[in-house]
Write a protein that binds this ligand. Sequence first.
Ligand code: KG4
Ligand code: ZN
Length: 344
Amino acid sequence: MLVLGIETSCDETAVALVDGERHIRADLVLSQIVQHRPYGGVVPEIAARSHLATLPDLVRDAMAEAGAGFEDLDGIAATAGPGLIGGVFVGVMLAKGLAAARRLPFIAVNHLEGHALTARLTHGLDFPYLLLLVSGGHCQLLAVEGVGRYRLYGTTLDDAAGEAFDKTAKLLGLGFPGGPAVEAAATHGNAARFALPRPLLGRPGADFSFAGLKTAVRQAAERLAPDDSQGRRDLAASFQEAVADVLADRCRRALHLFRADTGRAGPLVVAGGVAANASLRARLAAVAEREGTTLIAPPPRLCTDNAAMIAWAGLERLRLGLVSPLDAPARPRWPLSELKDHAA
Ligand code: KG4
Ligand code: ZN
């Protein structure tokens, strides 16, 4: 089986081909960072126009890299949401057009399901497992019980973890995108210097909140002298440590909920752009070990947005006969809980 995947829901234009043996035959990602950097964040119309300009050639390049023709494909998958709708339209429309022209199945993939199933592509993992999904737009803990079958344990009450990284980077003048910049600054910082809050730490349940932490970072940043670059590194390190404490606590609690539901200790899987952070991964690995299980983290390249995860989710759905009609909608909002009706 060979599936072409297209991802255009945010600021990466991505195309990949993945086969049924879990081989990634091509995996191309075109970042728009340079176009959005002057604005300090992703500008939806610039993103959509850039996807429109670059996607067709990227499909051609990925097909060439995989050494595949359209006659070799078994299906075409595209992210149909959630995401910035102009970009989603671009990817879905091209995928539908190719599918119609080549009489191939079209699979509308939920971007979050792409992140959720990545560990099955990279590690051949069986269901069920506990997933911490931490990206720029999402922060959730859920049991992955099957394709389309997710049980939500916790979600953020305000900001996503990646959003907190991006805002912290902005406050500290570290640039865009924020996550890698904060991580780099934190490497040379003293995490004990600033006493920042740990929202919801120790509370029952597995929800998250980062708004209070963001406010505390702003207040601390305002008190720093403009030339205090060591202070900024210390604040970045203190912030990262606070996020790690919160994520570790929430994961520990979710592992208990998961054990009560499934009788299994784990494994704990981490996905989404924030999962690229090495110190967070180390903390989560320690939590998993203490709870008698292991942390499974896809390589950073497959944690941030990519199309291999979309092709793979499409392939998993195709295997189960879960194909989409050509009038399938594109959705700006599309919680994983709404996939239940379409599960096998
Ligand atoms: O999954 P992703 O690529 O896109 C979304 O679906 O949101 O995640 C992007 C987010 C951004 O907020 C970015 O700052 C964050 O992931 N991120 C990181 C790191 N690399 C990316 N956060 C912390 N540490 C990193 N090394
Ligand atoms: Zn994502």
